[in-house]
Design a protein around this ligand. Structure first.
Ligand SMILES: NC(=O)c1ccc[n+]([C@@H]2O[C@H](COP(=O)([O-])OP(=O)(O)OC[C@H]3O[C@@H](n4cnc5c(N)ncnc54)[C@H](O)[C@@H]3O)[C@@H](O)[C@H]2O)c1
Length: 338
């Protein structure tokens, strides 16, 4: 492998654009070797902004380029499996946005294709690379805080996605699309497995989501194998912007990871208007920019050092199983074993 790894970005939408910009700017061990999208113009637009790397209209064309060493998959989630299969057949390592696929069987098929071709497959759980989450993980893993007893995490998006994206057939729906990050954190931070979930969902904020069979807000209670409990709250929109927070209580301490600064007085509405009144954050810096860049750097380092990737296919399967159980629980109105 050359000193600078050539990354081909597949998908020039919202997430592919973020990744491509970060590769160009914040991943010194790699360079942007190509951008592909079925919407060729989207790929060209992004390329113009980033020093004109070659653009392509399909994964096949991208993989045909000898300059493309590895692939970063940022296509719609229902198109990940075909991309991983094609990359595996071409012997290219893959960093795949979450979820690896929308069903357990498709996820296992992706992992099998990667294993059979001896390529690396890393899943894009970028919170595991975020400096604040890493600090919390290190504190918990040190044992100094005792035994984790309660996990609490919330993820509220600023704006609801277009219905065509939110459609569970495309994104997996709120549990698989959004919740999967929290379910992965639950396993990782608690160092335990979730064995049962009980979830509720509603479409009060965005009734249109019901037309594609999904909800806009949900709460998911978690039971861990070691006896701990947890809760995850999800929402497709707020009036004040994106909000991502996680807490873990433990027998001898606790960790808090939050987008919002700690304060006795944060508020939305009134004299603050529709935004949250709080000091200390720069809304111009996307919350997980450092995490996305570190994630890609971690993937590239694994390749350069010929090491396995840190966040694996089985991590993707485990988090997906929790998300699917939560989705089932909303539909059935009952607890569901994972
Ligand atoms: N980790 C995160 O925080 C995070 C955030 C948002 C999205 N995502 C993930 O990123 C992925 C993309 O989401 P998005 O919001 O960028 O979606 P998007 O709809 O904005 O972009 C997807 C792009 O992929 C292209 N595309 C679809 N199928 C293709 C194919 N077979 N070949 C080539 N191009 C194809 C589309 O034309 C589109 O430009 C999803 O898997 C999503 O779950 C992750």
């Amino acid at each position: 492998m050359t000193a600078s790894v050539g990354i081909g970005v597949l998908g020039a939408g919202r997430m592919g654009s973020i990744h491509a910009r970060l590769i160009a700017r914040s991943v010194p061990e790699a360079h942007l070797a190509g951008i592909a999208d079925l919407n060729r113009e989207a790929a060209r637009r992004l390329a113009r902004e980033l020093g004109e790397p070659p653009t392509f209209g399909s994964i096949e064309e991208l993989l045909a380029s000898p300059r493309v060493d590895v692939i970063l998959v940022a296509t719609s989630s229902n198109r990940h499996l075909e991309a991983i299969r094609a990359a595996a057949a071409a012997g290219r390592d893959v960093l795949c946005e979450k979820p690896i696929a929308l069903t357990v069987s498709d996820t296992l098929a992706a992992i099998s294709a990667a294993d059979a071709a001896h390529i690396r497959l890393q899943v894009g759980f970028m919170r595991r690379w975020d400096p604040d989450y890493l600090k919390a993980k290190a504190r918990l893993a040190s044992g100094a805080l005792g035994r984790p007893t309660l996990f609490k995490s919330l993820q509220f998006d600023a704006e609801p996605p277009p219905i065509a994206f939110a459609d569970p057939a495309v994104s997996g729906g709120i549990m698989v699309d959004m919740g999967i990050h929290e379910f992965d954190l639950a396993r990782w931070l608690m160092a335990d497995e979730v064995v049962e979930v009980h979830a509720y969902g509603s479409t009060v904020a965005h009734p249109a989501l019901a037309t594609v069979g999904d909800v806009d807000s949900a709460v998911v209670n978690l039971r861990f194998s070691g006896g701990a409990t947890g809760t995850v709250e999800l929402a497709r929109s707020t009036t004040y912007g994106e909000d991502v927070r996680t807490e873990v209580l433990a027998t001898a301490g606790s960790v808090w990871i939050g987008h919002l600064p700690f304060s006795h007085g944060s508020w939305s509405g009134g004299d603050a208007g529709g935004v949250l009144a709080a000091d200390g954050t720069d809304p111009a810096v996307p919350r997980f920019e450092a995490g996305y860049a570190a994630q890609t750097r971690g993937f590239v380092r694994a390749i350069i050092d010929d090491q396995p990737v840190a966040v694996t296919g089985p991590d993707g399967v485990a988090a997906l199983k929790i998300a699917l159980a939560a989705d089932q629980s909303v539909r059935q109105g009952q607890p569901v074993a994972v």
